[in-house]
Design a protein around this ligand. Structure first.
Ligand SMILES: Cc1ncc(C[n+]2csc(CCOP(=O)(O)OP(=O)(O)O)c2C)c(N)n1
Ligand SMILES: [Mg+2]
Length: 791
């Protein structure tokens, strides 16, 4: 078959392929140039106002220029999704620029406000980025969980269109494999039989500080294979393979194979002379090797010895195109950090920047005329029309970059609150979800739950029994088949709506990240709910932060929490999580006390996570059964619960004291309130459902110059009234309330590690029982009467 060329000529498939290869090789040079120039421009040409180094990673970028050019300009299909190695951001944006999806203005403002971000960012660089990256290891891990989400959606036919599955690809630095989360993810992936997943490792054998251990990679192949992955190693390029095929070539191969990483890197930096000296010394007895040395001048020898497959476009393309099935595949691409740049291979090159002289010399060697630095084609040896036609034919360029629309899922105005005289918020949660699971509200079909081996103990049992566990294949519940009595029915099927994970909390948050991006990644909206024990939020905190950084939307239910967990002991008793909930961007935090509050807040959260400007939502729940209020929460009360606080006991006019409580200590707050009413008539009792929302509203109101919600509530008290704050958590979560209307605040809470005990003992020891609240109230009143003596 002959293809028509512009101008009416035609050429054979072989010539066509050669033409494409020539375009890719030319553009690969351009991508290297643009990324290097982008960083240079930001550091040397843009005026600095603060004297800070701008930075950027010229060496890390150069390392993946070939692999990324091959992927973005040839291999990727519109349905594929990619997480790019964080410090290859300049290469990624250079490629987008060539494709006309990125502007020169943004490239010129690399690492400046509004410009290209240091590390690819979904929220700031826009829809060209599939996954944000930055904290190494997490971008790699999230692709695995995104592949599970793709299967989840495809098997349930929730994805729009009927096209082929996309490949979910991570471009990883080799040192990223030091991050434990990668191994946690691999094991989880094996359990879930992940498919359509590619991890491409930029094996430049360098990290930030050093050259990586030689022995490390001996283990990598075995490791991936153990988890059922295919490993494709791209080691030597075409030139080296040809040299190996020459007489005595096997000795050259053996020499390189055995060359320690540090020596290889050092020789890469030294260049032709260094190679010659070592090869002549070690292999001079072989006539074939002497001939190879004679046939190459120093630059030629350097070129030969650095011809690793990760820099050989044809080899890279062959490796990618050879994969036609959906088995997870790890490509180990041998590369050189800083390839093509003067500090190639130098162990200190991670943060290295080329100086102006080096840059000028690179510019000359690239044939880029002065003033044409941002030109897409200047200096390339392929005609501009051919390059333009090539770029227009790139598969991913056939689809415009737009945010994938996923229509919102309707949420009922209010979820029914579970009834009962005494109940814990955790029990209420289980019952609310259980009721949703039984009902036929289409909302429930879009809910997907996940938990790191605490499904039963966080009360998801009823939901899972009814909605089943997700698996790519049908798997029977053996206990059930064997008629062993159990409250849990754990049949697995593609239709299941719970993703059961192993204990690793990082995996939970990466799974939530991927589920919470189902809309933008795959065009189908899911409403993810993840459960874990509150103290273990910290175990996966960076992954949670990572999920929120890229605006994944989900509901996090953390239970049990605090010292209220009592006998279970100090290691499981969370303290600082509510403060984390307050300080964590992208997350709205609630700690309700009662079942009706939770029903209202959960309903609100299901809408909130779907709102364009919304956030993910964190609920801190408890296993403590407490007396429920007898009330029907009307719209006004519901609104106040969502806003963060309401008066459970309204203060009398000019009240001199109020107690503000949050969460499971409600009974102590109520008892203390009842006890002080005689001495302080009209004292108020403020139920705080969300310190975080109150605080946020307070700051926003201050900016607007208005009274916010907290200020309006506290304005009902006398000026300078006492305010006792109490929660089973660090007191900083509520103590700030004293600043809002200048109340005399006495903050109660937990600021030491917990221990085993029962609730009365522990609340007494940590000073959050009703006696402690009454004492604090007395202190506040004394202070109010005699501020001089008590200050
Ligand atoms: C969690 C985390 N720790 C530390 C860093 C700082 N850091 C950025 S890149 C890097 C080394 C990366 O080496 P490698 O993955 O091999 O990438 P290369 O630059 O060699 O391509 C480090 C330690 C980070 N970004 N994230
Ligand atoms: Mg590296």
């Amino acid at each position: 078959m002959l293809r028509a060329l512009p101008g009416g000529r035609s050429r054979s498939p072989e010539a066509e392929q050669q033409g494409r290869l020539a375009c890719l090789q030319a553009l690969e040079r351009k991508v290297l140039w643009l990324s290097t120039w982008m960083i240079h421009n930001a550091n040397h040409l843009r005026p600095s106002r603060d004297g800070l180094k701008v930075g950027g990673h010229q060496a890390s970028s150069a390392s993946v220029a070939t692999v990324m050019t091959a992927l973005y300009l040839d291999v990727l299909r519109p349905q594929d999704r990619v997480a790019v190695k964080p410090h290859a951001s300049p290469i990624f944006h250079a490629l987008q620029y060539l494709l006309g999806r990125q502007t020169r203005d943004k490239l010129e403002r690399f690492r400046a406000l509004g410009g290209v971000q240091s590390y690819p960012s979904r929220t700031k660089d826009g829809d060209i980025v599939d996954f944000s990256t930055g904290s190494v290891g997490l971008g790699v891990g999230v692709t695995l969980f995104a592949s599970i989400v793709q299967d989840y959606l495809r098997l349930k036919r929730l994805m729009p269109g009927d096209g082929p599955a996309g490949r979910i690809i991570a471009l990883a630095g080799d040192a990223e494999l030091d991050e434990g989360n990668i191994f946690e993810a691999l094991l989880e992936g094996w359990k879930h039989d992940v498919r359509n997943l590619w991890w491409v490792i930029d094996y430049n054998r360098q990290s930030l500080d050093a050259v990586v251990s030689d022995r490390l990679f001996l283990r990598i192949d075995a490791l991936f294979e153990m988890f059922g992955w295919r490993v494709v190693t791209l080691k030597y390029g075409r030139l080296l393979e040809q040299a190996f095929a020459r007489r005595d070539g096997e000795h050259l191969r053996e020499w390189i194979d055995n060359c320690p990483n540090s020596l290889y890197s050092a020789l890469v930096y030294k260049g032709g002379e260094g190679w010659r000296e070592h090869l002549a010394r070690d292999l001079n007895r072989y006539p074939g090797i002497r001939a190879i040395l004679d046939d190459h001048d120093d630059p030629g020898l350097h070129n030969l010895m650095t011809n690793l497959a990760g820099h050989d476009m044809a080899a890279v393309l062959d490796a990618f195109h050879a994969i036609e099935d959906d088995r997870p595949t790890c490509f180990i691409a041998y590369t050189i950090k800083g390839y093509g740049l003067p500090f190639a291979g130098h162990k200190d090159n991670h943060a290295g920047l080329m100086n102006p002289e080096q840059m000028a010399s690179l510019q000359r060697s690239m044939g880029v005329p002065l003033g044409a630095e941002w030109d897409r084609f200047a200096g390339l040896d392929v005609p501009v029309e051919e390059l333009t036609a090539f770029l227009a034919s790139v598969p991913i360029a056939q689809v415009p970059v737009t945010r994938r629309a996923a229509p919102p899922i309707a949420v009922p105005a209010q979820l029914p609150a579970p009834r009962g005289e005494r109940m814990s918020t955790q029990e209420a949660f289980g019952r609310i979800l259980g009721a949703l699971a039984t009902g036929d509200d289409p909302l429930a079909d879009r809910i997907v739950t996940t938990s790191p081996d605490v499904t039963v103990s966080t009360n998801l049992g009823a939901w899972v029994n009814r909605r089943g566990i997700f698996d790519r294949a049908e798997r029977a519940d053996t206990f059930r088949e064997e008629k062993v009595v159990s409250a849990q029915r754990w049949a697995m099927a593609p239709g299941g709506q719970h993703i059961e994970l192993g204990i690793a909390e990082h995996n939970l948050f990466l799974q939530l990240a991927a589920l919470g991006l189902a809309g933008p990644l795959f065009g189908a909206r899911l409403l993810p709910i993840g459960t874990l024990y509150d103290p273990f939020i910290k175990r996966g905190l960076d992954a949670l932060n990572y999920a929120l950084y890229q605006d994944a939307r989900f509901i996090l239910v953390a239970t049990p929490s605090g010292i209220t967990l009592a006998p279970e002991g100090g290691a499981h008793q969370s303290i600082s999580e509510p403060v984390i909930g307050m300080a964590q961007p992208g997350l709205t935090a609630f700690e309700p006390a009662y079942a009706d509050e939770l029903a209202i807040l959960l309903g609100w959260a299901l809408s909130e996570i779907q709102r364009d400007e919304g956030q993910s939502v964190y609920f801190r729940l408890s296993t403590r059964p407490i007396q429920q209020p007898e009330r029907e929460a009307g719209p006004q009360l519901a609104e106040a619960m969502v806003a963060g606080a309401y008066w459970l006991r309204e203060p009398g006019p000019g009240a001199e004291l109020a107690i503000a409580y949050c969460g499971a200590v409600a009974p102590e707050a109520l008892a203390a309130h009842a006890a002080i009413l005689d001495d302080v008539p009209g004292a108020g009792l403020l139920a705080v459902t969300s310190p975080e929302r109150l605080h946020r509203d307070w700051r926003a109101a201050l900016r607007r110059g208005q009274a916010g919600i907290a200020e309006r509530l506290l304005a009902q008290l006398a000026p300078g009234a006492g305010l006792i704050t109490v929660a089973d958590a660090h007191p900083a979560g509520l103590s700030w309330l004293g600043s809002v209307a200048r109340n005399i605040v006495v903050p109660l809470g937990v600021d030491g590690f917990g221990q085993s005990g029962d609730i009365p003992d522990l609340y007494r020891v940590y000073g959050i029982d009703s006696d402690a609240i009454v004492d604090a109230a007395a202190r506040a009143c004394l202070r109010r009467l005699d501020p001089v003596r008590y200050n």
